[in-house]
Design a protein around this ligand. Structure first.
Ligand SMILES: Cc1cc2nc3c(=O)[nH]c(=O)nc-3n(C[C@H](O)[C@H](O)[C@H](O)COP(=O)(O)OP(=O)(O)OC[C@H]3O[C@@H](n4cnc5c(N)ncnc54)[C@H](O)[C@@H]3O)c2cc1C
Length: 381
């Protein structure tokens, strides 16, 4: 066992930190207020190799692993969760193509993502199917050489900005098992019958696009099937083993950023004639926060390491996602508390971090769903 990052991983962390501090920090608050994401930021990030590091070189990536991806996401979220989210989500769902796509699909769709020219997304959630995706009813019916898609998805990242989406569709409604009824289809968003309504005024991560989307007789060629018909649910579960590790890294980054803001503040702020950092209560808080962050990072790295060894571990991915996101919520709460009223009125970035954190315990499976996944594996239920 070796806990020491490689020189390359250290270099990637330093480069991602420099990029985040130089490019994200100065515009973060403005982008949050305007709900904007400058497209050239994605281009710059991709030119430095930060987008799709785990894609093979043949598909425009660096041929590295999920651990390197996690390091980059952590550094982006440490500086700003909103822009970090927009950059992270630019390739959200691409793992479906990597894991299950044909060679043609990989060559066609992955390189423009890695170059920062295209953005994608994965649309699963529906009004009546959130934590229970196997109840999704958006249908894809075969008609000759095409599928015809009808239905409605909600809260979809990049719904109004993506060039294409992976769409979790009902293709075999009569299959006896609920987990054999769905398939994943790739839908280009310029196809006739596709509509997206952007959601404004989200609690946090406002530079990142979220939309409700509608499919009205959207036709895609049968070649747009990703993976195997009826295998969509299993493909979704494999995907979540990966994406939950990415979300865990986001949680670590947010918690680390909040911790650092708290440290800076308590060293400066004086009350009762002393800095806040001189009170033992504050010292205990900082020690607890730092320890929580360290445990979250260790678990997230372990989960990424499992993936990179070709050994996806649903239990560890779910543990990493739940724990790191819970740590983020707890640490940012204490960090804001330490800022007092100045944290609440928005004088400091901690307010933005606080609003962003809650998302981590909701998407890609709520914290309750993570615990159910963990318990199911432990108890064999
Ligand atoms: C900003 C943002 C971006 C998003 N991006 C995407 C995206 O790109 N693609 C996508 O498909 N979705 C996306 N989502 C949707 C997200 O994945 C869902 O909100 C999430 O899966 C929860 O579903 P739900 O909101 O319907 O809640 P529900 O499933 O209705 O859950 C409500 C509550 O009930 C609990 N609950 C549900 N079932 C159980 C159970 N069996 N036992 C115990 N408790 C339970 C949940 O834990 C939760 O606390 C996004 C959401 C947000 C807010």
């Amino acid at each position: 066992m070796d806990f020491e990052p490689s020189n390359r991983q250290k270099h990637i962390r330093t480069a991602a930190r420099e990029f985040a501090e130089g490019e994200l920090a100065p515009i973060a608050q403005d982008c949050e207020l305007k709900e904007e994401f400058p497209k050239d930021l994605l281009k710059k990030a991709s030119q430095l190799g930060f987008i799709g590091v785990f894609f093979k070189k043949d598909y425009g990536g660096l041929g590295l692993g999920y651990l390197e991806h996690a390091i980059i996401l952590e550094e982006f979220w440490r500086v700003d969760p909103g822009l970090g989210q927009a950059l992270a989500q630019a390739i959200f769902g691409s793992e479906q193509i990597l894991l299950f796509g044909t060679e043609e699909q990989k060559k066609k769709y992955l390189p423009p993502l890695a170059r920062g020219e295209w953005v994608c997304g994965f649309s699963i959630t529906e009004p009546e199917a959130g934590s229970d995706p196997a109840s999704a009813t958006t249908s894809a019916i075969k008609d000759g050489e095409e599928y015809v898609i009808n239905g409605n998805k909600v809260m979809i990242s990049n719904g109004s900005t993506a060039n294409f989406l992976l769409v979790f569709c009902l293709t075999h409604p009569d299959a006896a098992s609920k987990s054999k009824r769905h398939s994943v289809l790739l839908v280009e968003t310029d196809r006739s019958g596709y509509k997206a309504d952007r959601i404004h005024g989200k609690m946090g991560v406002r530079p990142s696009d979220t939309a409700n989307i509608y499919f009205n007789n959207v036709r895609v060629p049968k070649e747009n099937l990703v993976g195997i018909e009826g295998n969509g649910f299993m493909q979704l579960m494999r995907f979540l083993d990966h994406s939950r590790v990415a979300v865990a890294a986001q949680g670590v980054g947010l918690a680390q950023g909040a911790l650092e803001q708290a440290i800076t503040y308590v060293k400066k702020r004086k009350q009762f004639g002393q800095t806040l950092s001189s009170f033992q209560v504050t010292q205990v808080k900082i020690a607890e926060m730092a320890t929580l962050v360290e445990t979250a990072r260790s678990l997230a790295c372990k989960a990424a390491w499992d993936l990179d060894r070709g050994n996806p571990n649903t239990q560890v991915s779910a543990m990493a996602k739940w724990w790191a996101c819970n740590v983020a919520v707890r640490v940012v709460d204490e960090a804001l508390q330490l800022h007092g009223g100045y944290g609440y009125i928005g004088d400091y970035p901690i307010e933005r971090f606080y609003r962003a954190a809650k998302l981590l315990e909701i998407y890609e499976g709520t914290r309750e769903i993570q615990k159910l996944a963990i318990a199911r594996r432990i108890l064999g239920t």
